[in-house]
Design a protein around this ligand. Structure first.
Ligand code: ADP
Ligand code: ASP
Ligand code: MG
Length: 440
């Protein structure tokens, strides 16, 4: 059995849903198809949530109506049969009625999660109506019945495995299953989600849970590119990546994959393929245990980074100092991305301001603490980077105009990370594209 995940753009237009149908029916292997919300929907739902949270209910009502109009147009094109059209209309009406009812209820974070879930619920249900019209046998597996996270927002892979196999046991003669990406239940049993872009994570968790032959991530580009195509003009697709390389790229900002989406596939040894719905014959990127080749493969950038510098002469000869510092971050469940140390100073970076104030307060006794926000981590990812000749010299030669604030090298064979002010991100990515890949 395999998993095929289609992102927002891949289902965002009626003709795309037709393309997806062609792709999922072209070979007989049983499959679970994971769908995102139609492109733009989750953003619109986030906006609706914001309006309700800030008491702007009239604005929220207008936003809901606009989104509903989009879905009404969508289904008019999607299905032709009278019966299936009536079904599609009823689905749209049901979900938008729900949103309208929410307008009358006092806002809470739990309610916001319910709002955000409407996108994937709509896309999967409408897609199933389309399949029904085409006479394609399928089963809709509700993700809320098997996908769950614990009190720390970590997926409960054991429970996902058990629940999903119990569900599948009911349909032993079926071969095509459709389910929602992104949405799940939390430890309190409420509707929750795997964070933005989380459908990739859903797909990988499902692939791990069913021990799939492959986890295919179908999107709007022909695989992982060597650099961010939104920032740099000339980029090329990478044929093969190891799980480690892909995980580093995803974590350090390559939007094509959710940051956490690699570990389930890696742990359960399921190969991942990144493929283009609009260009299905393109090779795409294969992600497995093997790296395929040595050297630099790609660059990614992660914005919104805060650097924290702690200077203390007491560090001199003081073993246990770093542990005390790390304990502060552990206490506030804040992960550190980069670290550099000298005898009298430690610098770390974090990507959230959620507990920054408390963290800084607790760091104060350790020395003089300074922060710098608006930074970007640029990660250079590849295989055996440390052993590859000339990489460092090429890297630093090409970056002479950029004020690099921190460098992390040697922690992993797959990564060199640099911290730069975000205002230098575009220039850094362009210079490295030329310096490391000869692409302009
Ligand atoms: P989907 O909706 O299918 O999940 P996403 O928008 O989340 O698609 O991810 C695909 C997008 O990721 C591409 O259109 C591209 O702009 C962006 N992207 C960023 N970095 C990379 C990269 N290194 N390689 C390929 N795509 C990238
Ligand atoms: N629809 C969700 C989002 O836009 C999940 C996803 O597309 O992966 O973030
Ligand atoms: Mg995505």
């Amino acid at each position: 059995m395999k998993v095929m995940k289609f992102g927002g753009t891949s289902v965002g237009k009626p003709e795309r849903m037709q393309q997806v149908t062609a792709l999922i029916t072209r070979e007989a292997e049983p499959k679970i198809v994971v769908l995102s919300a139609l492109s733009g929907t989750t953003n619109a739902l986030v906006e609706i949530g914001h309006s309700i949270a800030s008491g702007e209910r009239e604005q929220a009502r207008r936003q809901i109506e606009k989104l509903q109009g989009h879905y009404q147009d969508f289904i008019r094109e999607l299905v032709q049969g009278e019966k299936t059209y009536a079904k599609a209309r009823a689905i749209v009406a049901e979900h938008f009625e729900f949103l309208t009812i929410i307008l009358k209820i006092s806002f809470s974070e739990a309610l916001n999660k319910d709002i955000l879930a409407q996108g994937e619920l709509l896309s999967t249900k409408l897609f199933c109506v389309y399949l029904e019209e085409k006479g394609i046998d399928h089963v809709l597996l509700p993700a809320l019945e098997f996908m769950s996270i614990d009190a720390h927002d970590e997926p409960q892979i054991g429970s996902i495995k058990v629940k999903l196999s119990q569900l599948l046991d009911h349909y032993k003669d079926k071969t095509l299953f459709i389910t929602q990406g992104y949405i799940c239940r939390n430890a309190r049993g409420e509707v929750d989600n795997l964070k933005r872009g989380g459908s990739d994570y859903s797909a990988s968790l499902i692939a791990a849970a069913i021990n799939a032959t492959v986890c295919e991530i179908w999107t709007d580009i022909d695989g992982m590119h060597n650099n961010d195509p939104r920032v740099v003009k000339k980029t090329v697709a990478i044929e093969q990546l190891s799980f480690e390389e892909a995980a580093e790229l995803a974590y350090f900002g390559a939007k094509i994959l959710h940051p956490a989406s690699i570990w389930p596939a890696q742990f359960y040894k399921v190969p991942v393929k990144l493929l283009n719905t609009m260009e299905p014959e393109a090779k795409g990127t294969l992600i497995t245990q093997e790296a395929g080749s040595v050297g630099v493969k790609a660059i990614a950038a992660k914005d919104g980074i805060i650097a924290i510098h702690i200077r203390s002469s007491r560090m001199l000869l003081a073993y246990g100092f770093l542990r005390k510092i790390f304990e502060v971050f552990e206490k506030y469940r804040t992960s550190i991305d980069m670290i550099t140390t000298s005898e009298v100073a430690v610098s770390v970076t974090i990507d959230t301001t959620a507990n920054l104030r408390d963290i800084l307060k607790e760091l104060e006794p350790f020395g003089a603490v300074e922060t710098e926000d608006n930074h970007t981590i640029v990660s250079i990812v590849g295989n055996e980077i440390a052993e590859t000749k000339d990489i460092l010299s090429k890297l630093f030669d090409s970056l002479s105009p950029v004020p690099v604030r921190m460098v992390s090298y040697g922690g992993s064979k797959h990564n060199v990370s640099l911290l730069v002010p975000s205002s230098y991100k575009t220039q850094t990515l362009q210079l490295l594209n030329k310096g490391l890949f000869g692409l302009e």
